[in-house]
Design a protein around this ligand. Structure first.
Ligand SMILES: NC(=O)c1ccc[n+]([C@@H]2O[C@H](COP(=O)([O-])OP(=O)(O)OC[C@H]3O[C@@H](n4cnc5c(N)ncnc54)[C@H](O)[C@@H]3O)[C@@H](O)[C@H]2O)c1
Length: 303
């Protein structure tokens, strides 16, 4: 069993965005000195602010004492040029751009020990992640690894549903959350991840699989990226995150034309559980109660 990284060794995190700041916080909470590096000082400061906000939230929820918050924050600092002394681990968490990642890693590679890519390193990293309270798994190097690969269709099918105007983002999310048991719907999750990041990962997995159509990126998501509607971080994605804005509810009424056969049955209402439970697109697109969860799933047909 490999030994985890000693708490005396420092951790350099390159990329101080959503992932990098989260990783830095975890490493600092585990007792390491953490150095944050990004393309600009402003980006490092943004990363530090993310960590501060996350720790403050934990304090407010009573999950962390104020003194613990201060100790963790003191352990994180902007990285000096070059490789900080006493460094034991470098974690790259920069924007999904292979060239940028290679450049950033090449810049520190020369200063790393010769055995930094030995197979034992993977074991040591797993042991370290475990000692930080995480549950690491080993996976072969394959596009998207496990989570990003399996999550692709979750996002892609939701985006296709939206392109087909099958339902609103809030409706798609509600069905998957309330009936599917997912903690977050795909649209709110893409808003949280950031459409720029999510779109870039889809493009990279698509290229990685030689343009397998299962992973084809979405024009709708590209439109959001071009518009700067990146999700929570830009204040607007599928949903509007401006202060005081009430999030839309799932549609209980169809907004589109109703197939003739559906319309003729609409007067009999929605009978969840019966053979006709999906017959009335007019009556309801989704039902919140899990027990009688039901979707009126007919495709719209223009008359
Ligand atoms: N966000 C997620 O949920 C998630 C999940 C799994 C994996 N990832 C992966 O993690 C990586 C980072 O994603 P993120 O969500 O933190 O993105 P992000 O956009 O929040 O942060 C990326 C950071 O990289 C910085 N950066 C860009 N070029 C740089 C350079 N040359 N040197 C140093 N820093 C540079 C940016 O300034 C930014 O601060 C991506 O590869 C992404 O695919 C993200």
């Amino acid at each position: 069993m490999a030994e985890p990284l000693s708490r005396e060794r420092g951790v350099l995190v390159i990329g101080a965005g959503t992932m990098g700041s989260g990783i830095a916080e975890v490493a600092a909470a585990a007792g390491h000195r953490v150095y944050l590096r990004d393309a600009s000082d402003a980006a490092v400061q943004r990363g530090l602010a993310l960590i501060r906000a996350s720790l403050d939230k934990r304090v407010a929820r009573g999950k962390l004492p104020q003194s613990g918050r201060d100790t963790i924050l003191e352990r994180v600092q902007p990285a000096p040029p070059g490789v900080p002394s006493g460094l034991g681990l470098v974690i790259e968490a920069i924007y999904e751009d292979l060239e940028a990642k290679v450049q950033a890693l090449t810049a520190v590679e020369a200063s790393l020990p010769a055995d930094a890519t030995a197979p034992a390193v993977a074991q040591a990293i797993a042991a370290t992640a475990q000692s930080w309270g995480k549950s690491p798994v080993h996976c072969r190097s394959t596009p998207g690894f496990i989570v990003n690969r399996v999550a692709r269709p979750f996002y892609a099918e939701a985006l296709r549903l939206l392109q087909e105007q099958a339902g609103s983002p809030a409706t798609v999310d509600a069905v998957l959350r309330e009936c599917g048991g997912f903690r977050m719907g795909p649209c709110e999750l893409m808003d949280l991840i950031g459409h720029d990041v999510n779109f870039a990962v889809t493009r990279s997995v698509y290229q990685g699989f030689f343009e397998d159509s299962r992973y084809r990126p979405s024009l709708l998501q590209q439109e959001l990226v071009h518009a700067g509607w990146l999700g929570r971080k830009s204040g607007r994605g599928f949903f509007d995150y401006a202060e005081g804005v009430q999030q839309p509810a799932a549609d209980e009424q169809s907004r589109g034309p109703i197939p003739r056969w559906c319309a003729s049955k609409a007067s009999s209402g929605l009978r969840a559980g019966s053979a006709n439970c999906c017959a009335s697109a007019r009556a309801s697109v989704w039902r919140k109660a899990r027990a009688s969860a039901c979707c009126a799933s007919t495709a719209w047909r223009w008359r």
